[in-house]
Design a protein around this ligand. Sequence first.
Ligand code: HEC
Ligand code: HEC
Length: 301
Amino acid sequence: MSMELWGRKYVVLVVVVLLLVGFGILAISEFFQHKSAIPAAVQAGEPLYTTYCASCHKSHGRGIPGEVPPLANADYLRTHPVEHLIRLLLFGYKGRMVVNNEEYQSFHQPFAQFLTDQQLAQVMSYVYNAWTNLGPIISADTVAFYRQQGQPVTTAEVLEPQKGLDIEQIPRDLLLKHGQKVYRWYCRNCHGLDGKGRPSVYPPLKNSDYLAQQPIDTIIHNVVFGLQRPIKVNGVVYQGRRMPPLSPKVSDLDLAAVLAYIFVEMTPRNFTLDLRKIRWIRKQQFESPGYRKVTKRPSNG
Ligand code: HEC
Ligand code: HEC
């Protein structure tokens, strides 16, 4: 074998090895990014969930039709405050319950004797943030407080909650991360991954003077009901295509998260998100005469 051929083979080998190592590092760092994206408090809850909850609610969180209500994408978690869920799990419940428009008439075992404050906090943080859910991270102190109060939930609270989940309780990074997910599912097809849109066809959401100047309520309204009148964004008129009304699969909380994402990452703006207002506007959407013809009223929190 001539020296020259050896040299060439050697170069090819080195390149191949470098490529393999390179891809390996990429794959590993993606893996760790994925892992570290889940907060420690949520990660710690997963094995507890598997041991204490998955036999009924299942590892996919969708429960057992007709018998055990879902936890994944359950409106119940959004329409009831955190303290309600803590009390439900601590002291149990027996009676009617409605989750995502399905009725259950069963009972929940109390966990006060089986799980510590820390464990309950972890398993609830997991349930609040597993699958496609979004919710707060619960502290052991909060659980300890309600354990001490010793008040089980009542049927009235289960069926007619006075207060829903408070958006202020959701850590900002979880809210934004979720908002990015929602954006990728429901908005990027038209407005683009980077939010730059397509000139004259789909307006930009990134650095949009429209988004910077219009009242927040108008923007929420446009996203919820869709938009089909001409608008001017950064000097360009958009009038050809219409934006469709928001899919009923997007929960009120999802909508709040995507708005937060846009107002932080795309067109930075001071904003206050009022979940009650968002709920009210969504309710109008589902009750508008044109809407019912198209699709059944969804469950929504
Ligand atoms: C033996 C089966 C069983 C186990 C185990 C169980 N659940 Fe439940 N869960 C139910 C049933 C049944 C209901 C509905 C109760 C009713 O109809 O009164 C429910 C309701 C709920 C609800 C409120 C409704 C909803 O879907 O959002 C939450 C939250 C919940 N469970 C969380 C948990 C968590 C967390 C665990 C583990 C720590 C757990 N459950 C363990 C059967 C179970
Ligand atoms: C099917 C394509 C499509 C999808 C999906 C879509 N939009 Fe739009 N969007 C449009 C079009 C077209 C306009 C301009 C409509 C007009 O001029 O009447 C628009 C306008 C807007 C505007 C106002 C203009 C601006 O640039 O500031 C906002 C805000 C907006 N969209 C947000 C969203 C959000 C948030 C989502 C995801 C939940 C979304 N859109 C999903 C097509 C879409």
